[in-house]
Design a protein around this ligand. Structure first.
Ligand code: 5AD
Ligand code: SF4
Length: 423
């Protein structure tokens, strides 16, 4: 049997795609999955193109193995660079773009270049993941064309999977012991099943009916498409986790316009206040992009002001990185690297204080947690998560795994980890 190792770079969507690749190949029964590169005959590298840094890491990884192993490059970089990757690495075995992942079973035998649109979406029956927490992609692609972003070019236009297929896949996951699912899409709010005329909140109302699934999360939500109906659905449906990941990117209206985000800082603040008003103890997290072309000190201060106003539970902050082919690539990348770094660190520092404040208020509270596993092998402590996706470590026994328990928070360990006791 040929031995396969899969290395995943990038977002949750890629992790899901890697699970799919593993699922399709496991079904063939001809391969063994190994845990290290050295043991492998075939290495599948699932790549990310969202920033230059992610691409550089993948390129150096490919370079390390391409001469000694059968290397297959899958995902966003495959779609972004296509045959150019063969020019850079003539010994590469195959290039599999985001649309062609469902054909990995054939490609792995033949090798070659497989990029560009392909109609087949995933079939729900190929699942390898037997864990308490799983990902489930409900839509692929993006129509938003934020000016800095490569995603619409490498993952194509929005395609929503049919409700029936998502329900079927979630039932299979539930039968395999899944308790918590993270629904994935570049912009889940614009999910729409054309045939059944089902929108995202309506899909959620279908999915909460599935027995065995205790918690449902979703990401990413685009602020411009976040409807009152969705907020109300999360407020009322018990299985829906009280957490919104709502990337704001910038607090400056001028920059937001150049980014083609289609909202203003005040409309963003209005939406987040509404979420907080309707959903008690909700967590709101965000992505922020600093150093976008033309971002001046005043624009940056507007972002700082927004961060202080909204008081996010957590923020992922990125330095702008030029993506060839996007609209923003036509603008002058005029914020110096050192200044981008300064702005990034400044936001991180403010955010850290806010997260710490929020965490202090968490001490002494009783919350529901889902117990995932021992924190590491033979540990006496178990890792669990709150609905707001914070980690809580508790003592207990194996029988707790997969259960939702009431826990009192007794200790803060880091910005997103706590110690607790079962009550
Ligand atoms: N440069 C830096 N960060 C980017 N992101 C998307 N495109 C770029 C880019 N060109 C960030 C955004 C997005 C997150 C997934 O990655 O903040 O929300
Ligand atoms: Fe990229 Fe914007 Fe689409 Fe998100 S919504 S994937 S940032 S184009």
């Amino acid at each position: 049997m040929e031995k396969i190792f899969i290395r995943t770079f990038g977002c949750q969507m890629n992790e899901y795609d890697s699970e799919r690749i593993a699922g399709i190949l496991a079904k063939e029964g001809k391969y063994e999955f190994v845990n290290t590169e050295t043991q492998a005959d075939i290495i599948i590298v699932n790549t990310c193109s969202v920033r230059q840094h992610a691409e550089d890491r993948a390129l150096s990884y490919i370079g390390r193995y391409v001469n000694s192993k059968k290397v297959i490059v899958a995902g966003c970089m495959a779609e972004n660079y296509k045959s150019k990757l063969f020019i850079k690495y003539p010994k590469l075995f195959a290039i599999v773009g985001t649309f062609n992942i469902p054909y990995i079973d054939k490609i792995i035998k033949k090798g070659g270049l497989y990029t560009g649109e392909n109609k087949d979406l995933y079939k729900p029956d190929i699942i390898r993941n037997k864990s308490i927490k799983s990902y489930l992609t409900i839509m692929q692609g993006c129509n938003n064309f934020c000016s800095y972003c490569i995603v619409p070019y490498v993952r194509g236009r929005e395609r929503s999977r049919p409700v029936s297929e998502i329900v079927q896949e979630l039932k299979i996951l539930a039968d395999n012991g899944c308790k918590e699912v993270m629904l994935l899409g570049q912009n889940v709010n614009s999910y729409f099943d054309e045939n059944k005329k089902v929108n995202f909140p309506q899909l959620l109302k279908e999915l909460v009916k599935i027995d065995g699934i205790e918690r449902i999360r979703f990401m990413t939500s685009h602020p411009k498409d976040l409807s009152d109906e969705l907020i109300e659905t999360v407020a009322t449906e018990k299985k829906l986790c009280k957490h919104f990941h709502l990337p704001v990117q910038s607090g400056s209206d001028h920059v937001l316009e150049l980014m083609n985000r289609n909202y203003t800082s005040s409309s963003y603040i209005e939406k987040t206040s509404k979420i907080r008003k309707l959903i008690k103890d909700v967590a709101i997290t965000t992505d922020i992009l600093v150093g976008f072309p033309c971002e001046n000190e005043k624009d940056f201060e507007d972002t700082v002001k927004l961060v202080k106003t909204v008081r996010f539970d957590d923020a992922f902050v990125f330095k702008y990185s030029v993506r060839q082919g996007t609209e923003a690539a036509k603008l002058n990348d005029d914020v110096p690297e050192t200044e981008k770094l300064r702005r990034l660190n400044y936001i991180l520092e403010i955010q850290k204080k806010i997260s710490e404040d929020i965490n202090k208020r968490f001490l002494g509270r009783i919350v529901d947690v889902l117990v995932l596993d021992r924190s590491f092998k033979n540990s006496l402590e178990f890792k669990a998560t709150t609905e707001t996706n914070k980690k809580v470590y508790i003592k207990g026994t194996d029988e707790m795994i997969g259960k939702i328990l009431k826990v009192k928070i007794t200790e803060i360990r880091s910005t997103d980890a706590f110690g607790g006791e079962i009550v």
